[in-house]
Ligand binder design. Structure first.
Ligand code: SAM
Ligand code: FES
Length: 328
């Protein structure tokens, strides 16, 4: 659907929220059907070379107990996730250079043997790295642009370059990955006008997946005193994304559920068609704390898989049994 910026701003602000959610739900059903695709999320390292102001695992947070999984631990976690039915494994971490190109390629090759799609979410790397990971079998790449307001981006990530992140997204696309990107809403100083620009940007670069999450202030970061995003703004933004790009994959994000116990179900009824249950095991779940009140930190992968499965069925939807790529 083509919507101009003014119309997007209206949908984000004055349109009745329930009307917007119903419309997004209808467009979702007509274009991607009732299946909800599950992705098993492995948080394999909380070590990061970056210092993004909003992020709980930023380099400067000395209170974090750091970890990274060994090669075997990561492969084993993926194997178990595939055995409980996940057809996509998402490997997410901070920018941890212990994971060299060669090490990651070995891991990807092993995980691909479990008959799963592999999504990487490991931040900014070189073109050679992205190319090698793709050749090793990685299918998708997930990296949020966070905001298209470049001044705001540079305030929040003072050592990083918006242009470089954008260039990385273009490399990923050129290499034939399915491209996932997205934003946070409710960042300090972020305006509705800039969120409208963000949505138009995601459409323009042609993402295959768009993740929209509320910013939740972490107490051990410089943004501890900020207000953060609301569930309503996150849901509205996500619903407009569905209207703009009817056939892409849109996750009901974990951060939404951290703000409300039914956050992901509300999202699935307002345009979303993907959920990414955590399949990380043991203490690592708690240590990968991007924001406070993270859900399911004491649960097991099997528990999370069945809990979300029941929730999905309770709203009359079904769990997809394929890889769940972008249906163009
Ligand atoms: N390092 C990789 C990257 O940069 O893409 C992946 C990990 S990064 C922690 C994953 C996402 O978490 C970020 O893109 C950001 O949108 C989100 N995030 C970080 N801190 C957050 C916070 N305080 N509230 C909500 N989301 C947050
Ligand atoms: Fe690197 Fe958050 S600052 S993952």
């Amino acid at each position: 659907m083509s919507l101009d910026k003014q119309k997007i701003i209206e949908l984000l602000t004055t349109t009745d929220a329930e009307t917007l959610y119903k419309q997004a739900d209808k467009i979702r059903r007509e274009n991607v059907g009732d299946e909800v695709h599950l992705r098993g999320l492995i948080e394999f390292s909380n070590i990061c070379r970056n210092n993004c102001l909003y992020c709980g695992i930023r380099r400067g947070n000395a209170q974090v107990k750091r970890y990274h999984m060994s090669e075997n631990e990561l492969i084993e976690t993926a194997r178990k996730a595939s055995e409980i039915g996940f057809k996509t494994i998402v490997m997410q971490s901070g920018e941890d250079m212990y994971y060299t190109q060669a090490r990651l390629c070995r891991i990807i090759e092993q995980i691909k043997k479990f008959d799963v799609a592999v999504t990487l979410s490991i931040g900014e790397r070189s073109y050679e790295d992205y190319k090698a990971f793709r050749e090793a079998g990685a299918d998708r790449y997930l990296m949020r642009i966070e905001t298209t307001d470049k001044d705001l981006y540079h305030k929040l990530d003072p050592e990083m370059s918006w242009q470089h992140r954008y260039d990385c997204l273009m490399m990923i696309k050129e290499l034939g990955y399915e491209l996932g990107s997205g934003i946070m809403v409710g960042l300090p100083e972020q305006t509705i006008d800039s969120i409208a620009d963000d949505l138009l940007f995601l459409k323009e670069i042609g993402v295959d997946m768009a993740g929209i999450g509320p910013f939740i202030p972490h107490p051990q970061t410089p943004l501890a005193q900020e207000k953060g995003g609301t569930l309503e703004l996150a849901l509205r933004t996500m619903a407009v994304m569905r209207l703009l790009m009817p056939d892409i994959n849109i996750p009901a994000t974990t951060a939404m559920e951290s703000l409300h116990p039914q956050g992901r179900i509300k999202a699935l009824q307002a345009g979303a068609n993907v959920v990414m249950p955590n399949v990380t095991e043991g203490e690592y779940r708690r240590l990968y704390e991007l924001y406070p009140n993270k859900i399911c930190v004491n649960d097991t992968p099997v528990h999370c898989r069945s809990c979300i499965g029941l929730k999905i069925m309770s709203i009359g939807r079904k769990i997809g049994n394929g890889y769940g790529g972008h249906r163009r």
